[in-house]
Design a protein around this ligand. Structure first.
Ligand SMILES: *Cc1c(COP(=O)(O)O)cnc(C)c1O
Length: 404
C-alpha cells in the first residue's frame, strides 16, 4: 500500500512512527492459518510494540498475549485480549506482579527458576488458589551450529535445564497450590532457520512424553517467539514451514500449540519517518543530520542493527554513502552507517524501514526529547494512536518538587 509520507509529516510533524495495520492483519492471519486444524494460540509478544491500539487490533482477530511485566499484562487486558489467552513470562518477577497476575486469572505464569516456583506457590497459598504454571525449559541448542541463537543455551540467564524442569514439574504436581499445565521455551530472536526450532521442539516434546508417563499432563506447548523477518536480504522461514515443523514434532502429543511472535507481527508494518536537518562533511566523511535519534529508535545504537533507509522523494542524483545521525550528544547516535543517499536538503524526508517492532517501545526521553507520536494506517486512512509527548508531559512527575 502507498503511504503518503509527505502528507503525514505535514499533518503530524516529525519524527514519527507509522504502522500499517493491514500488514499486521496479514501477518497474524498467515500464522494462524498455518496452524489450521490444530488447537493453537498466537500469543503476541507485547514488548515488540505495546501501543494499546496495536494490541487491540490483534485482540479483535483473536490473538493472545505474551507479557514480560505486570504493566504488559495490564496493557493486554485493557486492550481486550482474553485473560485465558494471556501468559506472563520473564526471568525476574516481583511478588506484587505475581500476586496481581494470579488474581487477574490469566492462562499461566511462566516459571524460570525453582526459587521462582516456590515464590509463586507461597503467594498462591496466601490467596488460597491454585496457580497455573508452565516451566521455561532451556533446551541447550548448540550455538556453534546455530550462531544466531542467543537465549537457548545454558550460558544464558533464561530457563532451566531439562532435568531441573522435570524435578520442578514433579514438585508442582504434588503441590496443592500449583497446577503445571504448560511447557515453554524461547531459543532466541530473529531466527531464520528451521533446524534449531525442530531440535528444540523434539527435545521438549520428549520431555512432555516422559512427564505424561508419570501422570503429569501438559496441555500447552509453547515454542516462544523469534520468527525472523527481512530487514535486508535475509532469507527467512515461512509461517507454513514454521508451523509444519512444530506440528510434526508434537504430533504424538495432545496439546494446544502456542507461539509468541513479536517482531514477525509488527516489524515490517512500521516506518520511522524523520526529517533532514542538514548535511555535513567532516573531511571525507559525509553525515546527514536528521531530527530522529537513538532515543527514538535505539536498535542501531544498541545492537548495530540494520534498517533500510530511503528518501521519500527519489531524486535522480548520484548516491554516495552517508552516516545518518541524530542530534543526541553521543557518538553512538546513528540510524544508519554508509547509507547510499542522493544529496539532501533541509526538510527532505527519510524513511527508516522495519521500525514497527522494538522501535517505539525502546524509546526514551534522553536529552529531554519528547517521545514521538504514533500513527496507524487502516485501509489507507491515517489515525493517531499516541500523541507526541510534550515538555510538560516530561516534567510532570518532577515539577512539584522544584525548590525543595
Ligand atoms: C522477546 C520474546 C518474544 C518475542 O520475540 P520476537 O523475536 O520478537 O518474536 C517471545 N517470547 C519471549 C519469552 C521473549 O522473551
Amino acid at each position: 500500500m502507498r503511504i503518503e509520507f509527505k502528507t503525514l509529516a505535514k499533518k503530524y510533524g516529525t519524527p514519527l512512527y507509522i504502522y500499517d495495520f493491514n500488514y499486521i492483519t496479514q501477518q497474524y492471519l498467515s500464522l494462524k492459518e498455518a496452524f489450521d486444524g490444530q488447537k493453537s494460540i498466537i500469543a503476541y509478544a507485547v514488548k515488540a510494540n505495546s501501543n494499546l491500539s496495536v494490541i487491540n487490533h490483534l485482540a479483535k482477530m483473536g490473538a493472545g498475549a505474551d507479557c514480560v511485566s505486570i504493566g504488559e499484562v495490564r496493557r493486554a487486558l485493557k486492550s481486550g485480549i482474553k485473560k485465558y489467552k494471556i501468559i506472563f513470562s520473564g526471568v525476574g518477577k516481583r511478588d506484587d506482579e505475581i500476586k496481581e497476575a494470579l488474581e487477574s486469572g490469566i492462562l499461566f505464569i511462566n516459571i524460570e527458576s525453582e526459587a521462582e516456583m516456590k515464590r509463586v506457590e507461597m503467594i498462591a497459598k496466601k490467596l488460597d488458589i491454585e496457580a497455573r504454571i508452565s516451566v521455561r525449559v532451556n533446551p541447550n541448542i548448540d550455538a556453534k551450529t546455530h550462531p544466531y541463537i542467543s537465549t537457548g543455551l545454558h550460558n544464558s540467564k533464561f530457563g532451566v535445564e531439562i532435568d531441573m524442569a522435570k524435578r520442578m514439574y514433579i514438585y508442582a504436581k504434588n503441590s496443592k497450590n500449583l497446577n503445571p499445565i504448560g511447557i515453554h521455551f524461547h531459543i532466541g530472536s530473529q531466527l531464520t532457520e528451521l533446524e534449531p526450532i525442530r531440535e528444540a521442539c523434539d527435545i521438549v516434546a520428549d520431555l512432555v512424553k516422559s512427564l505424561s508417563v508419570i501422570k503429569i499432563d501438559i496441555k500447552f506447548f509453547d515454542i516462544g517467539g523469534g520468527i525472523g523477518i527481512k530487514y535486508d536480504d535475509e532469507i527467512t522461514i515461512t509461517p507454513k514451514d514454521y508451523a509444519d515443523t512444530i506440528i510434526e514434532s508434537t504430533k504424538k502429543l495432545d496439546v494446544t500449540l502456542m507461539c509468541e511472535p513479536g517482531r514477525y507481527m509488527t516489524a515490517n508494518s512500521g516506518y520511522f519517518l524523520t526529517k533532514v536537518l542538514y548535511e555535513k562533511q567532516n573531511g571525507k566523511h559525509r553525515f546527514v543530520m536528521v531530527d530522529g535519534a537513538m532515543n527514538d529508535l535505539l536498535r542501531p545504537s544498541l545492537y548495530g542493527a540494520y534498517h533500510f533507509i530511503e528518501p521519500v522523494e527519489s531524486k535522480d542524483l548520484e548516491k554516495t554513502p552517508a552516516d545518518v545521525v541524530g542530534p543526541v550528544c553521543e557518538s553512538g547516535d546513528f540510524l544508519g552507517k554508509a547509507v547510499e543517499l542522493p544529496p539532501l536538503e533541509s526538510g527532505d524526508l527519510l524513511i527508516v524501514n522495519s521500525a514497527g517492532a522494538y522501535g517505539f517501545t525502546m524509546s526514551s526521553n534522553y536529552n529531554t526529547r519528547g517521545r514521538t507520536a504514533e500513527i496507524a494506517i487502516i485501509d489507507g486512512v491515517d489515525k493517531i494512536i499516541r500523541d507526541r509527548e510534550t515538555f510538560e508531559d516530561q516534567i510532570r512527575l518532577e515539577e512539584s518538587y522544584l525548590n525543595i
